[in-house]
Design a protein around this ligand. Structure first.
Ligand SMILES: *Cc1c(COP(=O)(O)O)cnc(C)c1O
Length: 373
């Protein structure tokens, strides 16, 4: 049989290039706590992304949880059910009630037209997600946040390096959260970050990720341990030298997928908005059961028989997990678009080391349905 093609595979820098970084760490014996690589990495990241202030974390989930603490968010937060479960879990860990709002049918992001109806006197913030790296309708969401005096925290875990009209999407909202998990466009094995807009907020975030220590003897509030260590920061610094190549390869693979799948009845590829420089963290397609003659689940399992392993991101919806299912906003009648998309979406393999021939093989199966012959 053919080799297994997984939905993703992490991109690692050449091992020999990492050795000098490790030698430095072994020499100075500074492993964590705001070490030289941590400082260097934050500086390089801010420059690369085109943002003012960034604080790196042990992972994206701790960054989300800390972001809510940094802005002292309480009560209810409006968010999307069409995301990775950590988005809503970060609210739960802060004792905040999630209020789910439906998504738009074009880019699968929270629908600004449905946000205002979900606002109550308890609402303090909105937490949207730039799903698959497609920027949310940032202008409209900002207008609503300003009108109602709400804070705005973007889960930008999919949006590393994404720009809209030449501007980093991370410059929208009060805070943006990144994930550098192994499966993301840019990885530090595990890792994450918070982007903020002023120095005072950065200081508060830095303190919160280190137990709340202001100095040797002063703990100003209960922080957590969410620091990134020196090995990951060094690895991240090296990864930054290669990430443009990773992204370039993703774009080429996406172009090939788009080209090969464009006339396949019942299969719709992801649209990219004009003015957006995309990074293709995922390659989602939508399967229309009637037009394709097969539903998404059947296609997903059929491809597995041919050693092609896609993923149903995001199925089930977060609102369907037991913890959240009982919430009034989790009712499917409140989330018809998200429910439909969740049934039809399939993310096909996408990673820098994927071969063009693999994409050809995958598209060939999807188009020609060889199991029918
Ligand atoms: C990956 C991801 C996270 C969690 O990040 P970790 O670094 O794995 O903790 C949060 N939100 C979204 C949308 C993600 O895709």
């Amino acid at each position: 049989m053919s080799k297994k093609i997984m939905v993703t595979q992490p991109a690692l820098p050449p091992l020999e290039e990492f050795i000098p970084y490790l030698e430095k760490i072994w020499d100075n014996k500074w492993l964590t706590n705001d070490g030289p690589f941590h400082r260097q990495f934050e500086k390089e990241l801010a420059e690369y992304l085109g943002v003012k202030y960034i604080s790196v974390f042990a992972n994206g989930t701790l960054a989300l949880i800390t972001a809510l603490q940094a802005l002292r968010i309480t009560g209810e937060v409006i968010t999307t059910p069409f995301s990775f479960v950590a988005t809503t879990h970060s609210l739960w860990w802060n004792n905040i009630k999630p209020v789910f709002v439906d998504i738009e049918d074009n880019y699968y992001n929270i629908d600004p037209k449905k946000i205002e109806a979900a606002i109550t006197p308890q609402t303090t913030a909105i937490m949207p997600v730039h799903v698959y790296g497609n920027p949310c309708n940032v202008e409209e969401i900002q207008r609503i946040a300003d009108t109602y005096g709400l804070r705005l925290i973007y889960d930008a875990a999919h949006a590393f390096a994404v720009k809209k009209d030449g501007q980093s999407v991370m410059n929208w909202g009060d805070l943006s959260i990144l994930s550098f998990h192994a499966t993301k466009v840019f990885n530090t094995i595990e890792g994450g970050a918070i982007v903020c807009q002023d120095e005072k907020t950065k200081q508060r975030i830095d303190l919160l990720k280190n137990f709340g220590f202001r100095n040797e003897t002063t703990v100003i509030e209960p922080g957590i341990n969410a620091k990134m260590n020196e090995l990951q920061a060094a690895y991240g610094s090296l990864q930054l030298k290669h990430v443009d190549n990773y992204i370039a390869k993703r774009l080429k693979l996406a172009e090939l997928y788009n080209d090969l799948l464009k006339n396949t009845e019942g299969i719709t590829c992801m649209k990219v908005e004009e003015g957006v420089s995309h990074t293709y963290p995922y390659y989602p397609v939508r399967v229309n059961t009637v037009d394709y003659g097969m539903n998404r689940n059947d296609l997903y399992f059929k491809l597995q028989e041919y050693d092609i392993f896609g993923r149903r991101y995001f199925y089930p919806l977060i609102s369907d997990f037991p913890t959240y299912k009982g919430l009034p906003s989790a009712n499917v009648s409140n989330l018809p678009v998200a429910a439909q998309v969740s049934k039809e979406i399939l993310c096909l393999p996408m990673y820098p080391n994927l071969e063009f021939e693999d994409v050809e093989r995958i598209c060939d199966f999807i188009k020609n349905k060889p199991w029918k012959i």
